[in-house]
Design a protein. Sequence first.
Length: 161
Amino acid sequence: MSRRDGAAIVARPVDGDGCRTCDGGDEATFETNVFAVVEVTQAFLPLLRAAPAARIVNVSSQLASFGWHTDPSSPIYNFKIPAYNASKSVVNSLTVHLAYELRDTPIKVNAIHPGYVQTDMNGGHGEISVPEGANSSVEMALLAEDGPSGTFTHLGKPLPW
């Protein structure tokens, strides 16, 4: 086992017949997808609190959905990338908790799935371009004062947690 400042314990493969779910590479994934999100949010929060109508849009993934991962009929049921999926599930949890913490402020906090975007991470094999993938983020960044907070969506449609 390895630790990161007491913030997380990351599993390592066991000797012999290890499991893919506990395979290595978790630290870098969680550093990028979780700890960096927390650090950026903490750094900007004083400015966001001073703004008349701030928005926090966390980029998650449909691969974070427990609802879809447990439903054999879902589009992602057989698509398991343990560290990535778990890290994005943590992003969703952070979104819910931060939305709750900021519920009495004008700040809206939401998570989005951008779609399967053509990026370096997938070798450019995504289904949509980067500008198209930005649509969900822009939509949530431009929410009206009475818009939702604490949601997980793609192009305005709710996704299962």
